[in-house]
Design a protein. Structure first.
Length: 286
């Protein structure tokens, strides 16, 4: 019974995120990008570019151009993902037809920034809901599995091609504003998907590891893991290696304290997309 309740709660949350994502993306498109013939990156950018050049309805193009990516998503990720993505894309298409959003401004910088902000917000919310309304990430994932390029590199290359087409077929100003729109959208997506609570894994090697460990546990209320290591370059034996996970906002505080305790400490940090289980944050008991 508890399992069913949890599944229902998760499903409702995912639906709410997808609905909010569709509305946000629709608002960004209808109130900013479409009336001013602006484009973005990704599949949405391709749809906007084709719509600008041909006059075809964007609502239809978004569905048609995303079909191959939905099929690819079905093969690469799974049936549930493809189904939710199909529903979200169709919902976005219908929203573009029926939601009565009006143009907000004709100031180009505002259009580029806020158009990208709301479109990126919509894509990010949909991703949090377990699907996409822009198939670029699916294609990038597929190519990355069959090449040495990363997902980020592939998305960048695809967008450069889109912007080059925009510069050639429309004008250079449109392409440059499209880059601003893309930067606004991609940063918004990153913020929504990862947020301020994006985690950083920190590995610390120091002769004063006890003091650093005490600070992390007592002051920052973070869990730590101690690895037993052995030095290679200096051939030191029995080195304690501290590993902890902190948020981006806490990273500067930890770095500052490490510099005070041991300026010679060796610190390695890496971004973590998600964490599950374990003791990351200790509760403060009074």
């Amino acid at each position: 019974m508890e399992h069913i309740k949890n599944n229902s709660s998760r499903l409702i949350k995912e639906i709410a995120l997808i609905v909010c994502g569709v509305v946000s993306a629709c608002f960004g498109l209808k109130s900013f990008l479409i009336p001013n013939h602006f484009i973005d990156g990704g599949v949405t950018g391709i749809s906007l570019l084709v719509s600008t050049l041909t006059g075809w309805k964007l609502s239809y193009l978004i569905v048609v151009i995303n079909i191959p990516f939905v099929i690819l998503g079905y093969r690469q990720i799974g049936k549930t993902f493809a189904l939710k993505t199909s529903i979200a894309i169709i919902a976005l298409s219908l929203a573009l037809i029926f939601l009565p959003f009006a143009p907000i401004t004709h100031e180009k910088l505002l259009i580029a920034f806020f158009g990208g902000f709301f479109l990126g917000g919509g894509i990010g919310l949909a991703m949090r809901g377990g699907c996409v309304i822009d198939g670029t990430e699916v294609l990038a994932l597929y190519i990355s599995r069959n090449s040495q390029l990363t997902v980020g590199n592939i998305i960048l290359i695809l967008n450069i091609i889109i912007f080059a087409f925009a510069a050639y077929f429309i004008n250079i100003d449109t392409a440059l504003y499209a880059i601003l729109t893309y930067l606004s959208a991609s940063n918004t997506i990153d913020f929504i998907v990862n947020g301020l609570e994006a985690y950083t894994g920190v590995t610390i090697i120091s002769e004063k590891n006890d003091e650093i460990k005490a600070f992390i546990i007592s002051n920052m209320k973070r869990g730590v893991t101690i690895y037993k290591g052995e030095g290679g370059y200096l051939e030191k034996k029995d080195i304690d290696i501290i590993y902890t996970v902190v948020t981006k906002l806490e990273m500067s505080k930890l770095q500052a304290e490490i510099r005070v305790i041991d300026p010679d400490a060796f610190v390695v940090q890496q971004q973590i997309a998600d964490i599950k289980g374990g003791v990351v944050k200790r509760q403060a008991f009074h």
